[in-house]
Design a protein around this ligand. Structure first.
Ligand code: HEC
Length: 193
């Protein structure tokens, strides 16, 4: 009987120890993510940017069948011409002057959700931010963390050109649609102005 009782006491002690250990571990889980979590988040961001076509527009050379992955996601000089003027897929590496080094992870996520950059200007077409706005917070944060983990590349792409202003560089023009495809209402200016 006393043997059974002491076994019982042992079980109770073991259970108490286990819950004390779990309690001690809990604050670590809630605090800063462990290094392994951060690496997994960045890996997921890399996977998402690869399958979501970011390199098509943002990595130099991709449209010519020769993406330059040494300068991965560092922007392209090809102009996208449409009713919004001419836009350029920007340098997404964290270079402070020519890339997005001035964005925080939260600001990148906010810009994907709203189509407004941290400086208050809109993300012009063909940047497909309305698709990204539907993504989960977890996925958007993974993409943002991945971009900020890239090797900074110094590469200034041209500033966007307002409608009606001349641009003579390489251009992909989105032609006006034929009548059957034209919007029934005039699209709102992407600048909201
Ligand atoms: C079809 C081409 C295209 C694709 C695909 C594309 N982008 Fe873009 N992106 C652009 C263009 C063009 C701009 C510049 C818009 C402007 O000037 O307002 C831009 C701008 C951005 C900006 C703002 C940079 C800044 O300096 O403010 C971020 C961030 C961005 N893209 C991230 C991404 C990510 C991440 C992906 C993939 C998940 C992606 N883009 C896919 C064309 C594209």
């Amino acid at each position: 009987m006393s043997r059974i009782r002491s076994l019982g006491t042992l079980f109770v002690l073991a259970a108490l120890c286990a819950s004390a250990l779990a309690f001690a571990a809990a604050p670590a889980a809630k605090g800063k993510p462990a290094a392994g979590d951060k690496a997994a988040k960045i890996k997921k961001g890399e996977y998402l940017t690869t399958i979501m076509g970011c390199n098509d527009c943002h990595t130099p050379g991709t449209f010519y069948g020769a993406p330059d992955f040494d300068r991965k996601l560092s922007g392209s000089e090809i102009g996208w011409k449409g009713p919004w003027g001419v836009s350029f897929a920007r340098n997404l590496t964290p270079d402070a002057e020519t890339g997005i080094g001035y964005y925080s992870e939260d600001e990148i996520v906010h810009s994907f959700r709203t189509g407004i950059k941290p400086n208050g200007s809109p993300m012009l077409p063909p940047m497909p931010w309305p698709n990204f706005a539907a993504m989960s917070d977890e996925d958007l944060h993974a993409i943002a963390a991945y971009l900020l983990s890239l090797k900074p590349v110094k590469h200034a792409v041209p500033e966007s050109v307002p409608p009606g202003q001349p641009w003579t560089g390489a251009t992909i023009e989105i032609p006006a649609p034929p009548a059957w495809d034209a919007p029934r209402t005039t699209p709102a200016s992407p600048a909201g102005k």
